[in-house]
Design a protein around this ligand. Sequence first.
Ligand code: HEM
Length: 257
Amino acid sequence: MNASHDYQRVYVWEQPVRWFHWINAVCVIALGATGYLIAHPPGLLNGGEAGDSYWFGTIRFVHFATAYVFMFNFLFRLYWASVGNKYTHWRNFFPISKPQLRQVAAVLKVDILQSSDKAVHTLGHNSVAYFTYMGTGLLTVFMVLSGFALYAPMSDSWFPQLFTWMVPLFGSEQNLRLFHYGALWLFIIFTLIHIYLVFYHDYVEGHGVLSSMVGGWKFMEKDAIKAEEASGISGFPRRKRRPAPAAAPGAKPDPVP
Ligand code: HEM
């Protein structure tokens, strides 16, 4: 139990990020379920009218329609990574600074190696999570490119035709299909570990990680917030502008643009 109860409430996940998250989660589950059925179609027979048993067509329709939502939702998150608050900024997702890499080691010691019980306090995602989401982002790009390339021969629309260059890159449509299917399993593994970890962190740290993707708020001890903000990791700070050089004595000021 924490000795100090001097907690502060911090608004971390803005509404657009929360909408992105839940739309993305629903899309991944819908695409995963329908994609699996398309790869392994069950031989369901029914004695009714052939036209009434169009269920597999519906499965395929849901898969293709959801793919559009998945893609536009992801493009929106890319946009938000440049206009959103500091916790959602794209720079967090790149493992470039020493403090970030040190935090990766610290989180792995707690979460994976279990050789330390020193919880890592962050307001945004921790660095391991940021880098993992970078991975799922790349996986999303691959799924969209390969998915639309596979869809192109079945569609009259111009949009899927933009992706046909993916097929020769992988040698054949069948190879591309195998990679598209393989990536589904990476999403399944990610989702299982992701759900386990958000529950685990919520329980162990008590910062409201789980509810933060619903309401946007996290709660943390004021001291921990100060220490974390000083480390400059969570919500990787935007680059500070260099101060303008002092004007020479007697020089005319620059005209205001
Ligand atoms: C019941 C299911 C889920 C729950 C409870 C859940 C919960 C959460 C929570 C609490 C966070 C924020 C963690 C933090 O503050 O560090 C988060 C982030 C995230 N989750 Fe989930 N999640 C679920 C399903 C999924 C699924 C299915 C996916 C996609 C495969 C997903 C992808 C992500 C991504 C990409 C982020 C980062 C969001 C961003 O920064 O834009 N989640 N999730």
